[in-house]
Ligand binder design. Structure first.
Ligand code: SF4
Length: 94
């Protein structure tokens, strides 16, 4: 069966729409576990506490789903891998 010009156009449109979604899917997948390397570096983030100072008792910490799950930090936009037991020089008592 030979495709009409209209069918061909519809097929191409659908293909372009599918291709256009690939970066969106890739980015949203990455957003689930993202780190903000630049801010981590400038704030000297570490995955362990500094004495009794740690993210879980810092006013900038955004808790994860559970008390032990990684969360976010108001000083590190887009970073979802902040450990509750982490620390950085931006630590401020909650
Ligand atoms: S400012 Fe630093 S110590 Fe406080 S939650 Fe963010 S990463 Fe943790």
């Amino acid at each position: 069966m030979k495709a009409t010009p209209t069918q061909r156009r519809e097929f191409l449109k659908a293909g372009c729409a599918a291709l256009a979604m690939i970066p969106v899917i890739a980015l949203s997948g990455r957003a689930a576990a993202a780190t903000n390397a630049a801010m981590r570096s400038s704030l000297k983030y570490q995955d362990k506490p500094e004495g009794d100072k740690q993210c879980s008792n810092c006013m900038h910490f955004v808790p994860g789903k559970t008390a032990t799950a990684n969360g976010g930090c108001k000083l590190m936009p887009g970073d979802t891998e902040i450990s509750p037991h982490g620390y950085c020089v931006g630590w401020t008592k909650k």
